[in-house]
Design a protein around this ligand. Structure first.
Ligand SMILES: NC(=O)c1ccc[n+]([C@@H]2O[C@H](COP(=O)([O-])OP(=O)(O)OC[C@H]3O[C@@H](n4cnc5c(N)ncnc54)[C@H](OP(=O)(O)O)[C@@H]3O)[C@@H](O)[C@H]2O)c1
Length: 299
């Protein structure tokens, strides 16, 4: 397959979009941001921005003409709304599509509640598989990376409330799980687009690093002062709360179920065979990443 040069990013101004655009530009790709007509977002500097009515197939196709790849990092709640620009990309002859995945592995998700909530992502990968079978010049790559490590700064990511220095430890706190910084995920996308042949039509799991809640707590104690309080909660409690929320149509159950999926003793979700080697990605170091993420946070 010829090299990929022109890359359109959907959601370029978002949490993952900003570091992704930077990494793509640094790697020498020509980046265009596709954004909703009327969107208040400001995509990163130095990027050509095309604000388009996603309800117009013709306008989308015109905006995607000449592009080699489309990377969608659209927000979670809009992942079911990717078909208009994906269909337009296919019609415009875009050769590689990377859909907005970037979380847990939606090909294997073993939790029924999470699986129900991830249907829009799951169906889109199925759709891309079908489309690429019909049209061999179209290829796709799915990327999953488990938790964004950067979410730890949001306050309660991973069970750590940085403001109150309270840790909520699920079961023993010793269950290994993967995390990846946003810049690591961006590097994974760059690596996929830099090696289009070996990454075609595959769903790839990447891992920044494998850690546990107790390991992260130990680092947090050392880096922020030792005065953390801890509460131990059984994973079963999160399952119960998640089910209660789901029964009321409250989709914040997603967070509760994620705790069950990843932190429960015996969960076994740490990626066994990540695609790091295929993509030439070196593992991150949990302490170094966490220190960098905590820089600027006052304690
Ligand atoms: N692994 C993790 O821990 C983790 C955490 C968070 C997210 N994720 C995943 O990462 C991917 C990107 O998420 P993100 O948090 O970076 O996204 P985000 O910052 O919430 O949003 C990205 C972009 O989506 C577009 N958008 C927002 N609302 C929209 C709507 N209603 N319809 C159409 N477009 C809309 C906006 O772009 P425009 O305004 O330019 O149109 C926005 O800048 C998603 O697949 C998400 O599930 C993973």
């Amino acid at each position: 397959m010829p090299a990929i040069t022109n890359v359109t990013v959907v959601g370029a101004s978002g949490t993952l979009g900003v570091p992704l655009v930077k990494a793509l530009q640094e790697a020498g790709f020509h980046v265009t941001a596709l954004s909703r007509a009327g969107s208040p977002s400001t995509p990163p500097a130095g990027v050509e921005v095309k604000k388009v009515d996603y309800g117009s197939p013709e306008a989308l196709k015109a905006a995607l003409a000449g592009q080699d790849a489309l990377v969608s990092v659209i927000t979670t709640t809009a992942t079911g709304e990717q078909y208009p620009f994906i269909d337009a990309a296919i019609a415009a002859g875009v050769r590689r599509i990377i859909p907005s995945e970037f979380g847990i592995n939606t090909r294997t998700v073993p939790h029924p509640g999470l699986k129900a909530m991830l249907q829009s992502k799951i169906k889109l990968v199925d759709y891309l598989q079908e489309k690429s079978r019909e049209n061999p010049s179209l290829t796709w790559t799915g990327i999953c990376n488990s938790f964004f490590f950067d979410s730890i700064k949001r306050g309660s990511g991973f069970g750590f409330d940085l403001k109150t220095k309270k840790a909520t430890i699920i079961d023993s706190g010793d269950e290994p799980f993967d995390v990846a910084t946003l810049s690591f995920v961006a590097k994974a996308v760059v690596a996929v687009l830099s090696s289009p042949d070996k990454t075609a039509n595959q769903y790839l799991a990447v891992s920044g690093t494998v850690t546990t809640q107790n390991q992260l707590l130990a680092i947090l104690r050392e880096e922020t002062g030792g005065d953390w309080t801890t509460e131990n909660v059984a994973a079963a409690k999160y399952e119960e709360v998640g089910n209660e929320k789901m029964a009321k149509g409250d989709y914040s159950a997603f967070g509760d179920f994620l705790h069950v999926l990843l932190f429960r003793d015996g969960a076994g979700q740490a990626f066994q065979a990540p695609a790091n080697e295929l993509l030439g990605l070196e593992r991150e170091d949990a302490r170094t990443s966490l220190k960098a993420l905590l820089a600027g946070v006052s304690f």
